[in-house]
Design a protein around this ligand. Structure first.
Ligand SMILES: [Zn+2]
Length: 199
């Protein structure tokens, strides 16, 4: 796979692992898959994008383990918000997820207990155990944002979303099959605000 496709599909796999880890239906077995997938993907994606054997092999395993997890428990509104961008603008699925993921992680944080601490730790952030909950949550989001930037994903939807489509996109995202699994209860209005914060 070329660089851009490797980065996009790899960030999609990370999104599967993170959304699967915090989704409402998550339990011990799916947690086991998702945390390991986060660890492997965080360690391997940069290398895969640079086409190293270790990176490629890690991503082959990491994406598969993430799939074994989320296919049992569902996802959340990162995917709900990414799906209409694919439908309306042909935005690659992984690119849409990667751009939306850190923003929705911030939004979902209050509904995730200690889970972002686990995510930060799995992503290799040091000193996570001595952080406050807020610091640990921020560290997890920062680690995701950094990985996304390192593999060349844009940081916002400015070049993708047109303002006049926002109502349609927000309603479509709310009606999406992944939305009920989101850890924080949401609304069309709040999804609209999330899109707008990325413009
Ligand atoms: Zn996906």
């Amino acid at each position: 796979m070329p660089k851009g496709l490797t980065a996009a599909t790899g960030m999609d796999a990370l999104t599967h692992a993170i959304e699967g880890y915090i989704t409402l239906g998550a339990w011990e077995m799916s947690d086991m898959f998702h945390l390991k997938a986060i660890e492997i993907i965080a360690k391997s994606l940069r290398g895969a994008v640079e086409n190293t054997d270790e990176g490629r092999e890690g991503m082959a395993l990491g994406q598969y383990i993430a799939g074994m997890g989320f296919s049992n428990v569902g996802l959340g509104i990162v995917h709900s918000m990414a799906h209409p961008l694919g439908a309306v603008y042909d935005t690659p699925h992984g690119v849409a997820n990667a751009i939306i993921l850190p923003t929705v992680m911030e939004y979902n944080a209050p509904a995730t207990g200690e889970k972002y601490r686990d995510i930060a730790k799995a992503m290799g952030v040091e000193g996570v155990d001595s952080m406050s909950l807020d610091e640990a949550r921020k560290a997890a989001v920062d680690a995701v944002r950094q990985l996304s930037a390192d593999v060349g994903i844009p940081s916002d939807l400015k070049d993708i979303v047109k303002m006049e489509d926002i109502d349609f996109l927000a309603q479509s995202a709310y009606d999406d099959a992944c939305r009920p699994g989101n850890p924080r209860e949401t609304s069309v209005e709040e999804i609209k605000e999330l899109y707008m914060s990325l413009l």
